[in-house]
Design a protein around this ligand. Structure first.
Ligand SMILES: [Zn+2]
Length: 113
């Protein structure tokens, strides 16, 4: 039998399940029984150049010089990037690079620290 979580609204432990919804008898809150919250960033799977899974908040190093549109120089190989955020798309890492500002990188050009 599945365990019923406490109500996210009032933390009551008397919640029950009804047709895929959890219902709290104490505050009347209803919420989805789906386990979406277990998946990171809405199920995004982003891997670095070595195939390691990346997560929001990870720090990575750039593994090759990357040209930046509109900037005078390239992001050098070995540049550390802290606190990345995973996003959907071709450039799947949203981050801030020292000296360059906010930008998007491709996960295949970074390595998890
Ligand atoms: Zn409740």
């Amino acid at each position: 039998m599945a365990t019923i979580p406490n109500c996210p609204q009032c933390d009551s432990s008397y919640a029950y399940e009804d047709r895929g919804l959890f219902i709290c008898p104490e505050c009347g809150n209803e919420w989805q029984a789906a386990s979406e919250t277990e998946e990171n960033a809405g199920g995004l799977v982003v891997k670095d150049s070595n195939g390691n899974l990346l997560q929001d908040g990870d720090s990575v190093t750039v593994i090759k010089d990357l040209k930046v549109k509109g900037a005078s120089g390239a992001i050098k190989q070995g540049t550390k990037v802290k606190n990345i955020r995973l996003v959907e798309g071709d450039h799947n890492i949203d981050c801030k690079v020292d000296g360059f500002g906010p930008m998007k990188l491709k996960s295949e050009f970074v390595k998890k620290l």
